[in-house]
Design a protein around this ligand. Structure first.
Ligand code: SF4
Length: 337
């Protein structure tokens, strides 16, 4: 019944009515552990709780260890200091060439058009990123265009975030048209978690926008657990692939959420049901506040070895780590890292 409501309700209404109070979230799930609440309130002061009700509807009522809840509920362990866990683990400030432009790899760069996300994932490597100082304004486009033209190896732009699908279709269209007008740009990639947490965001207008785009479009969603992919979410993702839009998934290896080969195999099979190909499985970026999600390399290798044995090759996501300053994501397996 609850899920049915979220299918009917406009996505803009849903994104304007997020749960931001840890107490409300715990009440919705009939969880009232005092300890859970005080830790959540403290940590939420540093990185606010944000979660769409459509995502909460996929969580198990009464389960304090629900893998979807663990990804969004602030935790007192976030407040601990660990020297290895820092505010900018990927050195993104170095890659920030212009407002909104993060250029790390040869043929492509990230364009961050918004600092807003529909959900705040507690492990996010950009949780400390100063978005407000870095968003491109309308009159920055000329500089961005010049930057692309001065770097002829660039053929792909990645809309990233924040989450680009928190923007209206009109705003997305404005930027997509700008990018289309640069002949050397061939590919448009959109990195987003919104279709997983608010699936109704994949509306007809958005699909038409991508269908009519000169650029080859790739949507990379972010799902970490098969429970995130209920039948409605699967249908919505299929609506993209029906129109020849490539959809890939990246996941993050998270202690307590998906640190088991069985869970990761279920995720791959569920993604495939939605015509989505598993792309990356990221080792956690060492961002301050996310240390309680970290797994050691021996655990990761063991789980990944089991995963390789369980899945056909085409459903195995590449195990990678992003290392600041490297020219590509670093493949990992069988190493101590
Ligand atoms: S949606 Fe993506 S960018 Fe936003 S908080 Fe989650 S991981 Fe970070």
């Amino acid at each position: 019944m609850i899920n049915y409501l979220y299918q009917e309700q406009n996505w803009k209404t849903q994104l304007s009515d997020l749960i931001t109070d840890p107490k409300e979230l715990l009440q919705q799930l009939e969880l009232s552990t005092d300890q859970l609440l005080s830790g959540a309130i403290l940590a939420s002061e540093q990185f606010k709780l944000r979660v769409p009700r459509a995502f909460v509807a996929k969580m198990n009522v009464g389960d304090a260890l629900d893998p979807l809840l663990l990804q969004v509920l602030p935790h007192h362990l976030e407040l601990e200091d660990h020297p290895e866990f820092v505010t900018d683990p990927l050195g993104e400030k170095e890659a920030n060439q212009l407002p909104g432009v993060l250029h790390k790899y040869q043929s492509r760069f990230l364009l961050t058009l918004t600092g807003a996300c529909a959900v705040h994932c507690r492990y996010c490597f950009r949780r400390h990123f100063p978005y407000q100082e870095n968003l491109p304004k309308n009159n920055d486009w000329d500089n961005i265009r010049d930057y692309i033209e001065q770097n002829p190896q660039i053929n792909e732009i990645i809309l990233s975030g924040g989450d680009p699908l928190t923007l209206t279709n009109a705003k997305l269209e404005l930027w997509i048209k700008r990018l289309e007008s640069v002949p050397q740009v061939k590919f448009l990639r959109i990195h987003t978690r919104v279709p997983i947490v608010t699936p109704s965001r994949i509306d007809d207008e958005f699909i038409t926008l991508l269908k009519n785009c000169r650029l080859q479009c790739i949507v990379v969603v972010h799902s970490n657990h098969a429970k995130e992919l209920d039948p409605y979410t699967i249908d919505q993702l299929k609506n993209l692939t029906k129109h020849q839009i490539t959809v890939l998934n990246q996941a993050v290896f998270l202690k307590g959420v998906n640190d088991c080969a069985e869970i990761l195999a279920d995720l791959s099979y569920r993604l495939f049901e939605a015509n989505v190909m598993p792309y990356y499985l990221h080792v956690l970026d060492k961002v301050k506040g996310a240390q309680h999600f970290d797994l050691d390399s021996a655990q990761i290798n063991q789980i990944y070895t089991e995963l390789l044995a369980k899945l056909p090759g085409y459903l195995v996501p590449k195990l990678v780590r992003e290392i600041a300053g490297e020219k590509n994501k670093t493949p990992l397996y069988g190493e101590t890292f």
